[in-house]
Design a protein around this ligand. Structure first.
Ligand code: BES
Ligand code: MN
Ligand code: ZN
Length: 504
């Protein structure tokens, strides 16, 4: 994990130093404490604002260096008019602020007060989350740092807030969740020569340090279980596949677990149905689903979630060597159902088929949610804003949609039905694994549904949101860590006993 920016909460009365961040609105007003802090410098701010035509609009900021009459070396005045009271607004605001702070800065004091008053502990904690997520950089493989490349991880951020201890308490679990996001991003950003299935499994095994039980199935174990769909994909690579099962037992003994399943294609060349060269390097991110599951399991364990949770990931590399699977091959999945291979580039669903079946049968979970960078077609449907949601369960779907809104990791429900399922009929086997070009994300989901054994299930197609998505206020790296905050919230709101009721 990369080093994290250090964040603390201090009383509103803390004296300014280093970089001072304050908030204003479109009337250029300040809150009472901020006004007092600025003192005589308030006039300088007014003049600078007029010169820079800074109007306090949301997303805009005014920077003053070495401001006269202030102890601080740099004053950053940030407009916040449009932000409502939602925590997601404040997470985004924290990210925005981090984007405006010079990466070389060290000591930062952020005054968590707006013209209409001090921020609540939850709002201050949300700002802290946004700051951390935006400060993330993946620079492990850069040996020469350019000017401006200084690590934002050297930041020491103090957030001045009315009730510092309440804010600290509110931030504690969020900090563990942010760690989970960082773990997921790191895994997605790692190059595929370093992070192949065996190495990925090793990194997942690090979760033992936070109390997660980790079981690793190698090729022999998977062969014994009859995971022919997953093994068929893996057979074209010199790197063996792995399935990793992670268990966090924070709930009542004997309580059915919730389960999360991730697609972990460490590199997707397409196999024999090889992909075009353009942007193929991005297919190192085809394990983002698995990365999210690892990050989520970390978050749940580190914040000691009162839930029994299973995370299961299928790890393979989809390569085109002399032993690779061919179009026309027929494989037998662990469920016993046979599958005619049509296009070896539709490998993710084959991996998931066996892992979903394994989890349904051996864990008997309350529900399963799988995450997969499954289809290019979902990018055509939903772009990079929403993940596609496919489900056999209305209640779980509703919970996911709400958790998506609450975390700004939104999902959009897509249709399923027998008319789509029919498109997978095969002349030679129980089914083929791809349908026609149109509706490609839906037929992929229909295929997965054949392996859930009636378990309440939701599939999130995260091909547009988890990797190579455009930069946002809270992420500028290739891997976004999408899904960690969403699913953490799902668990927190609905599967940890009375906790959700308390929040409302
Ligand atoms: N990993 C890809 C999907 C993908 C595409 C992820 C773009 C991220 C960005 C998946 O394995 C794949 O190749 N899907 C094919 C399926 C087709 C062969 C039925 C696709 O979407 O073209
Ligand atoms: Mn593929
Ligand atoms: Zn893939």
């Amino acid at each position: 994990m990369s080093a994290a920016v250090k964040i603390g909460f201090v009383p509103l009365s803390t004296a300014p130093r280093g970089t001072l961040v304050v908030f204003t609105d479109e009337t250029l007003k300040f809150g009472p404490r901020t006004q007092k802090l600025l003192g005589q410098a308030a006039d300088t701010v007014k003049r600078a604002a007029a010169t820079a035509r800074f109007k306090g609009k949301s997303r805009s900021a005014l920077e003053l260096l070495a401001p006269t009459g202030l102890e601080a070396d740099c004053l950053l005045v940030v407009g916040t008019a449009a932000e409502k009271g939602q925590p997601t607004d404040f997470t985004r605001l924290g990210g925005l602020v981090a984007g405006k702070i010079k990466s070389g800065a060290e000591d930062i004091l952020l005054v968590a007060e707006r013209p209409d008053g001090a921020m609540t502990p939850a709002q201050a904690a949300a700002i802290a989350t946004g700051l951390r997520l935006r400060a993330y950089k993946f620079d492990r493989y850069k040996t020469k740092k350019k000017d401006g490349d200084e690590a934002s991880s050297a930041w020491q951020v103090s957030i001045a807030v009315a009730d510092a201890s309440a804010a600290k308490k509110a931030y504690e679990p969020l900090d563990h969740v942010a760690d989970g996001v960082v773990i997921a991003r790191d895994l997605v950003n790692e190059p595929p020569n370093i992070l192949y299935p065996e190495e990925f499994a090793k990194r997942a095994a690090n979760l033992r340090k936070v109390g997660v039980e980790v079981e690793i199935l190698d090729r022999k174990a998977m062969t014994k279980l009859g995971m022919g769909a997953l093994l068929g994909v893996a057979q074209g690579s010199v790197h063996e596949g792995r399935t990793v099962i992670m268990r966090w037992n924070g709930g009542k003994k004997g309580d059915k677990p919730v389960a999360f399943v991730g697609k972990g294609v460490c590199f997707d060349t397409g196999g024999i149905s090889i992909k075009p060269a353009a942007s193929m390097e991005e297919m190192k991110g085809d394990m983002a689903g698995a990365a999210c599951v690892v990050g989520l399991m970390h978050a749940l364990a580190a914040r000691k979630a009162k839930v029994n949770a299973v995370g299961a990931i299928g790890l393979v590399e989809n390569m085109p060597d002399g032993n690779a699977q061919r179009p026309g091959d027929i494989v037998t999945s662990m469920s016993g159902q046979t599958i005619e291979i049509i296009n070896t580039d539709a490998e993710g669903r084959l991996v998931l088929a066996d892992v979903l079946w394994y989890v349904a049968k051996t864990c008997k979970p309350k529900f399963m949610v799988d995450l997969a960078t499954l289809t290019g077609a979902i990018l055509v449907s939903l772009g990079s804003e929403y993940a596609g949601l496919f489900s056999n369960d209305d209640k779980l779907s509703k919970q996911l949609i709400e958790a998506g809104q609450a975390t700004a990791e939104p999902v959009w429900r897509m249709p399923m039905g027998p008319e789509f399922d029919k498109l997978l009929d095969s002349k030679f086997a129980d089914m083929k694994h791809t349908g026609p070009r149109y509706g490609g994300s839906i037929t992929a989901a229909q295929f997965l549904q054949r392996f859930v054994d009636g378990t309440p299930w939701a599939h999130l197609d995260i091909a547009g949101t988890a990797m190579a998505a455009p930069p946002t206020d809270i992420n500028t790296s290739f891997g976004s860590g999408y899904g960690v905050r969403l699913l953490n919230r799902l668990v927190e709101d609905h599967y940890e006993g009375g906790k959700a009721a308390k929040r409302k």
